[in-house]
Design a protein around this ligand. Structure first.
Ligand SMILES: [Fe+2]
Ligand SMILES: [Fe+2]
Length: 201
């Protein structure tokens, strides 16, 4: 069901040259069955596509709010170009996690104290190119990204990005120049910590 939703949003909004070839490639990966993480948010089959949809809706809301604040306008209508940009950044920011995880069987004691096997996700990156930068690299081999789209996807992890942790300043500089990067990071945080918070834990 999440896959259908993803495809619906994709086809409705992303139409630039290469978009169909990209989708074909995506179908050849484990994207639609992959988890969003090994242990944290949406660590189950279909988690990654669900997360991507959450980020899309959150980003669209943030984008509209930002324009409303700037233009003091109650009603904002987005252009087709804006809708396409939002769909690309929301749906595809974590495309780097396609063909990224594999499942291992591990042992644990169940409630009755008996050993049982359970599936456990491990990272098994088939294309170790980083995170946001890897998403940009993959998308760019199919479709041309606008500068602000590339920046938004590259820096969607914000100050959790390994470049920043290593002492770099690029993320702050990118945020200053490209508001879309700030909005995409906010949307990623909202999806992860608000939409996907463990309610049964
Ligand atoms: Fe990410
Ligand atoms: Fe994400």
């Amino acid at each position: 069901m999440m896959k259908e939703k993803f495809l619906e949003i994709y086809r409705e909004n992303i139409t630039r040259p290469g978009s169909e070839e990209f989708l074909k490639w995506l179908e050849s990966t484990d994207f639609f069955e992959a988890p969003a993480s090994t242990r944290f948010h949406l660590s189950r089959p279909g988690g990654l596509v669900e997360h991507s949809i959450h980020v899309y809706y959150r980003l669209r809301d943030q984008y509209v709010l930002n324009r409303q604040d700037k233009e003091a306008d109650a009603f904002i209508e987005l252009s087709e170009k804006e809708e396409e940009t939002i769909a690309i950044c929301g749906l595809l920011h974590d495309i780097c996690k396609a063909d990224f995880y594999s499942v291992e069987m591990r042992n644990r004691k169940n409630e009755q104290g008996k050993w049982e096997q359970y599936p456990f996700y491990v990272v098994n990156d088939q294309l170790p190119y980083g995170h946001g930068e890897k998403s940009v690299y993959i998308i760019s081999s199919f479709m041309k990204l606008a500068r602000e789209e590339a920046m938004a996807i590259r820096w969607h992890m914000g100050f959790s990005d390994t470049e920043f942790k290593g002492g770099g300043f690029s993320v702050g500089n990118a945020f200053e120049k490209f508001p879309l990067a700030v909005l995409t990071h906010i949307a990623d945080l909202q999806a992860t910590y608000l939409d996907e918070a463990e309610s049964d834990g």
